[in-house]
Design a protein around this ligand. Structure first.
Ligand SMILES: NC(=O)c1ccc[n+]([C@@H]2O[C@H](COP(=O)([O-])OP(=O)(O)OC[C@H]3O[C@@H](n4cnc5c(N)ncnc54)[C@H](OP(=O)(O)O)[C@@H]3O)[C@@H](O)[C@H]2O)c1
Length: 165
């Protein structure tokens, strides 16, 4: 199954100039806790913006460039979303970690959303797709820790897809 994990602003902005806009170490800790030991699926631009291979996670990178090669046993490069079928069909949870293009493409195949929602608006150039009330059921909501290093009001909200087949 596919789960999506994202940090987004109140206005659905998720990034600017191929980078994250805010720094929320508490959210990064949570991202690490949830995704470690799992497969993370991402677009080529998000992989580039990470700037490194994240430890203890299998990376699936979507990229049209058939010549792209990265020699690492934890990296798989796929040229088409149809090649994700085995991840979509499996019982195991796999995490779609962005960016905007990949969230948009894979939203119809996802069963769960882990949203970090920052209660502020930001200017950006990429957005998370609309979370439609008729498609998604909120199952959990928790306030994020606010302090000197995490200077925003934010919540962790989990949704599952309604009428999941
Ligand atoms: N806030 C968050 O939680 C979060 C999380 C992740 C990313 N982000 C932000 O999102 C932004 C990046 O998003 P983005 O939409 O620009 O890029 P992206 O989704 O990360 O990557 C897009 C790339 O994926 C490849 N791709 C797209 N569709 C494909 C398909 N059907 N088959 C094969 N490959 C495909 C293409 O690579 P090629 O061009 O190489 O073919 C495309 O250029 C950055 O600002 C990043 O910081 C935010």
């Amino acid at each position: 199954m596919l789960s999506m994990i994202v940090a987004m602003a109140k206005n659905y902005v998720i990034g600017k100039d191929n980078q994250l806009i805010w720094h929320l170490p508490e959210d990064l800790k949570r991202f690490k806790k949830l995704t470690t030991g799992h497969t993370i699926i991402m677009g080529r631009k998000t992989f580039e913006s990470l700037g490194r291979i994240l430890p203890n996670r299998r990376h699936v990178i979507l990229c049209h460039d058939m010549a792209m090669k990265i020699e690492n046993e934890n990296i798989e490069i796929l040229e088409d979303i149809s090649m994700l079928e085995k991840y979509i069909q499996s019982e195991e949870e796999h995490f779609v970690i962005g960016g905007a293009t990949i969230y948009r493409l894979l939203m119809p195949y996802a069963n769960k959303l882990y949203i970090t929602k920052i209660e502020e608006e930001f200017e950006g150039d990429v957005y998370f797709p609309e979370i439609k009330e008729e498609e998604w059921q909120e199952v959990e909501r928790e306030e994020g820790i606010k302090n000197e290093k995490n200077p925003f009001n934010y919540e962790y909200i989990t949704f599952i897809k309604k009428n999941n087949k």
